[in-house]
Design a binder for this molecule. Structure first.
Ligand code: MLT
Ligand code: MN
Ligand code: ZN
Length: 303
């Protein structure tokens, strides 16, 4: 199985268009050892030809242009994207669907809750239906498995987890199972597995179990501290309030990952305020020491 990180940033990307925080400013002025990042999306394939797009970011156009394996190969209109999976209905994960409107019928795999958000608070499905057919395939939220016909040799296990529905969701303050999911992707022929969860607010027992069984983790790397945006004076929102477990501190992601035995550990969905974006920073050294990697745009994982 091949996993391509199309976008490793959180909402806003890095640097963010209007942000003058220490990170964004230094990045813009070439004064940081770091990498710019587009917004959150990966693609996965077992044959390097037929791809499942997981999340569709506002930056999708540039992400696809940077990735020849997914580009048109035959005939006048073509794509390597055979289906799309959405793990929630956040702007950074769904706006790119609008950019796919010239396509054939879109096969979109997401929970009923996400479908509801994308038909009401942010009616992307309704809008798209005026351009192309949207075939919604509901995904399980109890961890049971399914396959996607056009994506050979991969099996998916999707399960509800605790993060947050977006501000425009009818469930923002009334959480429902399926507002956010995590996915385990397994290559059937090899048994290799990856767990992908860019929004992870709490490590429930089933999440820890998933983390222990896979070969690779791509998990929430949004914030270093819970009050990162508050301290910077950017927002009153704390990491945990918006469904993201911070990396540092007690009960943080580093501590969680220290308890994981076999998997390769990679953080993804990095917010532009996060000090780990600076590859010379102290926090980054702490990740290195813990054997935790930080995803970047264009990273390819072969499992
Ligand atoms: C999130 O994951 O919390 C979102 O990226 C926030 C946003 O889109 O602004
Ligand atoms: Mn996000
Ligand atoms: Zn910034």
């Amino acid at each position: 199985m091949k996993i391509r990180v199309l976008g490793s940033g959180a909402g806003g990307g890095f640097p963010q268009w209007n942000c003058n925080c220490n990170n964004c400013q230094r990045m813009r002025h070439n004064a940081m050892n770091g990498k710019a990042r587009t917004q959150s999306s990966i693609a996965v394939s077992s044959d390097n030809k037929n791809w499942l797009l997981i999340n569709a970011s506002p930056d999708i156009r540039a992400q696809l242009e940077a990735f020849p394996a997914i580009q048109p190969k035959h005939g006048l209109r073509d794509t390597g994207i055979k289906a799309v999976m959405l793990i929630d209905s956040q702007i950074d994960h769904t706006t790119g669907l609008l950019m796919l409107r010239e396509g054939k019928p879109l096969d979109i795999y997401c929970s009923d809750m996400v479908k509801q958000d994308l038909s009401t608070g942010f009616p992307v499905f309704t809008m798209l239906s005026h351009y192309c057919t949207v075939n919604h395939h509901p995904v399980p939220i109890d961890g049971s498995s399914f396959t996607i016909p056009a994506i050979a040799d991969l099996r998916f296990y999707t399960q509800a987890l605790k993060s947050k529905a977006p501000p425009y969701s009818p469930h923002r303050h009334d959480p429902h199972d399926g507002d956010n999911i995590g996915v385990i992707i397994e290559q059937i022929s090899t048994g290799k597995k990856v767990f992908y969860s860019p929004g992870l607010g709490e490590i429930e027992p089933h999440v820890m179990e998933a983390m222990q069984t896979v070969d690779c983790l791509l998990v929430d790397g949004t914030f270093w501290t819970n009050d990162e945006m508050v301290t910077l004076g950017i927002s009153h929102k704390k990491a945990r309030d918006i469904g993201h477990l911070p990396q540092s501190g007690e009960g943080g992601m580093i501590e969680v990952l220290n308890g994981v035995e076999k998997a390769r550990k990679i953080l993804i969905h990095i917010n532009n305020t996060n000090p780990i974006l600076d590859e010379n920073s102290e926090p980054r050294k702490q990740l290195d020491a813990a054997g935790i990697e930080v995803a970047y745009d264009g990273l390819e994982i072969d499992l």
